[in-house]
Design a protein around this ligand. Structure first.
Ligand SMILES: C[S@@+](CC[C@H](N)C(=O)[O-])C[C@H]1O[C@@H](n2cnc3c(N)ncnc32)[C@H](O)[C@@H]1O
Length: 319
């Protein structure tokens, strides 16, 4: 197992400011990760509080357990946030510890530092590793296996849809060509295939521009982990599990996630975005939006933790 990498929870101050923690608070963290937010939230809770942390990544759970496991208020559950609601372990914890609902629910979406910075997990093009990218290392196809199931068209669609990459078609062809030639086994191989279409030139490097493979890596990671599939329904479920005046905080890292979080919370707030817009019709009003827009990290946070730049926090309060 990798040693715990240095980890800075994103938008921590803003999360602490927006989640209201009464005495004997009941908190549900649907993306426990390395427990960075959990540690800070628990530090603000009294001895009668209870914290349920869910994560699909066995390595993250083990590291969070090693870091916070001595805190008897914390329970860690192996599940996905889409499926947890039907998990008997969740149902019994909920019935016993939080029958009236949760005071605070947190979703901090996307990959963790642990996943990104461990080459053997295969998320990064900076360090070579196997082409894996699974958040749950015990389930589902690896990125290489997933790519092998694609056609030119389906791979290009995924790269376009989840990476917003305009060169998706030639990139998809280059990736599948590399696969056919037996030279698509590692993250460096995938980056090479993308760079054969979009070269990472010396000029781009000098300008400190993002690697041209970034969007394709994001797209394949989202597809492999089905990251957007259950997001809207999970937010709806989570809101149903809040007690009155309980709050939910959602942190997203890219526009696709943020769009789903925004639209879902607006629908639950009874806001109709009008015909012709992508948003489906509103639901009965069950929340109020605590802020009209998304909260971005401060300049200081962007400077001290550059990956936080794209993060957005949205907060809703149950009526
Ligand atoms: C950005 S990290 C969370 C970091 C955490 N807030 C902290 O401070 O350490 C996101 C975590 O969510 C987990 N995750 C992503 N999708 C998930 C899903 N569908 N179900 C459960 N966990 C998921 C990932 O495995 C990862 O550990």
């Amino acid at each position: 197992m990798t040693a715990t990498p240095a980890h800075t929870p994103v938008l921590l101050f803003e999360v602490l400011e927006n989640l209201v923690l009464p005495p004997a608070a009941r908190i549900l963290d649907l993306t426990l990760g390395l427990g960075g937010h959990a540690e800070a939230l628990l530090a603000r809770c009294d001895a009668d509080s209870r914290y349920l942390g869910v994560d699909r990544d066995p390595e993250a759970r083990a590291l969070a357990q090693a870091r916070l496991g001595s805190d008897a208020r914390l329970t860690i559950l192996a599940s996905t946030y889409e499926e947890v609601w039907q998990d008997p372990a969740f149902e019994s914890w909920h019935a016993l510890q939080a029958p009236g609902g949760f005071d605070a629910i947190l979703m901090d979406l996307g990959v963790s530092t642990l996943q990104l910075k461990s080459p053997e997990r295969g998320f990064s093009f900076r360090d070579d590793g196997p082409l894996d990218m699974r958040m749950d290392t015990e389930a589902g196809p690896t990125a290489r296996e997933w790519i092998a199931e694609q056609t030119d068209a389906t791979l290009a669609d995924a790269i376009y849809q989840f990476g917003e990459e305009r060169a998706s078609r030639p990139i998809a062809r280059a990736i599948l060509r590399a696969l056919e030639q037996g030279v698509l086994n590692t993250t460096a191989d995938l980056a090479d295939a993308v760079h054969s279409v979009l070269p990472m030139t010396a000029a781009l490097r000098r300008q400190h521009r993002a690697d041209t493979a970034t969007r394709t890596f994001q797209a394949i990671r989202i597809a492999v982990n089905g990251e957007l599939v259950g997001l809207a329904s999970t937010i709806e479920q989570a809101i149903q599990h809040l007690r009155r005046e309980g709050r939910m905080a959602v942190i997203s890292f890219h526009s696709l996630e943020d769009r789903i979080a925004k639209q879902t919370l607006r629908r639950l707030a009874g806001i109709y975005d009008g015909p012709g817009r992508e948003a489906p019709a509103p639901l009965p009003k069950v929340v109020r939006l605590v802020h009209a827009g998304g909260i971005a990290p401060s300049d200081a946070e962007c400077q001290s933790n550059p990956p936080s730049r794209s993060a957005r926090l949205r907060v809703a309060e149950r009526l």
